[in-house]
Design a protein. Sequence first.
Length: 340
Amino acid sequence: MTLPTIPPAADEPTAGALFDAIEPFNHGHVDVGDGYQVYFEECGAPDGMPVLFLHGGPGSGCSERHRQLLDPALFRVVLFDQRGCGRSTPRGEIAANTTDHLVADIERLRSHLGIERWLVFGGSWGSSLALVYCARHPDACSGAILRGIFLTGQDDLDWFFRGAAALLPVAWERLADYLDESGQEDIAQHYLDALRSPDRLTAARALQRWMQWEAALSSPGRLPPAEEPLSADALDVALDKYRIQAHYLAHACFIGEAEALRCAGAMAGMPVAILHGRLDFVCRPANARKLQHALPGSRLRFIDDAGHSPFDAPMTAALAEVASRFHARGSFDGWGDSWN
């Protein structure tokens, strides 16, 4: 059985927007307990400023293009696939897989690599995880760059599964048509159950609808790319990814908006830059302003002509620029807008 895949067009970077492709100078797995082996890699300059890259999803894992977002001459970038994601094992596992576990894994990885402090760089779900990690381990963080803010609250989930339907009614109908009346009461839980179904066809159909909806939100106003069939192996990878995503969303990512904003308040005094695409339909731009209000001293910039993806050219350029600024100055003073 094969399944059409519709990757977001926004994930296709504009030529020249990224730094040149590079290979890791170090990679491996760290045993973090509970039967998990977490994959990590280090890229860029071994003696550069350490940066922790936190991928989105939840469930997505890191890609080769993520290595190209920051200047490899300036930064020692640490990327890792969170529990159950990407090249970490066991892939797709949701037991003992919560935000608390991920925060502990980050500290174990930092200790393994002998890094005293690092700049935390996270987007979308990665921004949520960054808030919790930075609040709990401020002495390990030199600063934070947060993109496409996801606060993990009910408002975010209601927007993702319902509110955005008003903007993309045709795409929404494709998602909703799959659901019976009970499924529409708790869409995240319905999809979690479907993706965990022992019936592969049921899981594949749920995956297809979810991917189509996510693609539409990620690329508003753009024609979707041509559908291509997934191989059996690629289908397994996608099912594992979205199973983890549904697991986290069904539990408010084990954070919730109130806790996310409390964590932001605990980061007062830490240099923090917030970037958000004005055309972001996945995570609303209002999230960024709400976060700034809760995080004294933070700096915010809305990026024109950018959606949710870090690979939209204006966002890619802004991320590289603000990171290089922090490397030169150790702060974000004078960049973006300050609320406090």
